[in-house]
Write a protein that binds this ligand. Structure first.
Ligand SMILES: *Cc1c(COP(=O)(O)O)cnc(C)c1O
Length: 371
């Protein structure tokens, strides 16, 4: 690594976070560890391997490509694709033994035919829309849709699930979703249609809605030690750190400006460090003049606009910081920390976007290789 920008991933922290969640669920539900989008930027295979070592045998991925990557890595457990896939690709589900989310009958029929060809019965999870307005049949129409699916001989209705859009902000709506889901399960059960796995809960559902656990849960962000929204602290720790180094230091005089747009003008003489990270790395441009960083266990502010591959940091009178000094962009030092949640707040976005948009070009160092 010549350009000094890297992500450190603490796999032990990931394991500890998983343990905390497991306690929370009290052994009542299976965990589908959600590792879509390169495990939220943490690295698909190292994260899946670590979690598998800890006993996870269900993964939720975002694409068939991610599922195949797990299979090619010799992962043998269950994989659920948490999205809808175009029906011309059904054969992948059979060939790689991947579980699709079924949201339309055309796809289900194509999968049924493909499974029949290889004399298999393909498990599927049906997604129902109880208020997300995204994938799946609206719950009021779901009964007839699922009735239709139940007639297909070469698929098995293994799971049914739904998703929460406002678990962080609207408990009435979320509770209504849980009720709607329960109601649907009941009417299906009256028609002798049952599902081995029933699931609703994402991270916030797990923390705030015990009634939503059913017998399977789908934690994502919280596994990585990041809170989706300000919530009761449960002791999880951030798994990921983003670090760089000072690549240049200079003194600027009162009245000089820093960066594109001259949005920062020095009101007195000061030292300025240039650091190797920019918006093309996933450090958002909207952090311009807002973010903070840690150097030598002290907090400094980012001044001027975030450039494509640089930021500038106000060192104030501190002329002791020199080229090569480590800069913590996300992570902690002895007494200070900068979290993905804080960066999201400064950038006017959500922590999900901060971690999942860290460029894939940034080298990831895993705890073993950190030692
Ligand atoms: C991403 C995702 C999750 C995990 O959500 P978090 O908020 O990260 O816990 C769960 N279910 C589905 C369907 C998802 O797409």
């Amino acid at each position: 690594m010549i350009r000094p920008l890297w992500v450190e991933v603490d796999l032990e922290a990931l394991s500890r976070n998983l343990e905390i969640l497991e306690k929370r669920i009290e052994g009542k539900a299976r965990i589908v560890a959600t590792i879509k989008q390169f495990a939220y930027g943490h690295g698909l295979l190292p994260v899946s391997k670590q979690l598998a070592l800890n006993g996870i045998d269900w993964f939720g991925v975002g694409s068939v490509e991610e599922a195949i990557a797990l299979r090619e890595d010799d992962y043998k457990g269950s994989i659920l694709v948490l999205s809808s896939v175009l029906k011309k690709f059904v054969s992948y589900f059979i060939h790689y033994n991947i579980i699709p989310t079924v949201v339309d009958a055309e796809f289900a029929r194509a999968l049924d035919r493909e499974a029949a060809k290889s004399k298999r019965v393909a498990p599927v999870h049906v997604k129902v829309d109880t208020g997300m307005g995204r994938l799946g049949a609206y719950y009021k129409d779901a009964e007839s849709f699922i009735g239709e699916l139940s007639g297909l001989k070469n698929i098995s209705l293994e799971g049914i699930y739904t998703h929460f859009p406002v678990a962080d902000t609207d408990s009435d709506f979320t509770n209504h979703q849980i009720e709607a889901f329960n109601g649907l399960l009941k009417s299906l059960s009256a028609r002798q249609i049952g599902f081995k796995y029933r699931h609703c809960a994402n991270s916030i559902g797990i923390l705030n809605y015990p009634d939503s656990h059913f017998n399977m849960v789908r934690p994502g962000l919280i596994l990585y030690g990041v809170y989706p929204t300000p919530l009761e602290e449960i002791g999880v720790e951030p798994v990921l750190s983003l670090k760089s180094r000072v690549i240049f230091v200079k003194k600027i005089e009162k009245g000089m400006s820093v960066g594109y747009g001259r949005t920062f003008i020095a009101e007195k003489d000061r030292f300025v460090a240039t650091v190797a990270v920019g918006y093309a790395d996933g450090y958002p441009w909207s952090l311009s003049n807002k973010a903070k960083v840690i150097i030598r266990d002290k907090i400094y502010r980012v001044i001027g606009r975030v450039c494509m591959d640089h930021i500038m940091v106000d060192l104030g009178d501190d002329g002791n910081i020199s080229q090569g000094e480590e800069v913590v962009l996300i992570g902690k030092s002895e007494r200070n920390s900068i979290t993905a949640e804080q960066l999201a707040d400064w950038a006017g976005t959500i922590p999900y976007e901060i971690v999942s948009c860290l460029s894939l070009k940034i080298p990831r160092l895993y705890s073993d290789s950190l030692l």
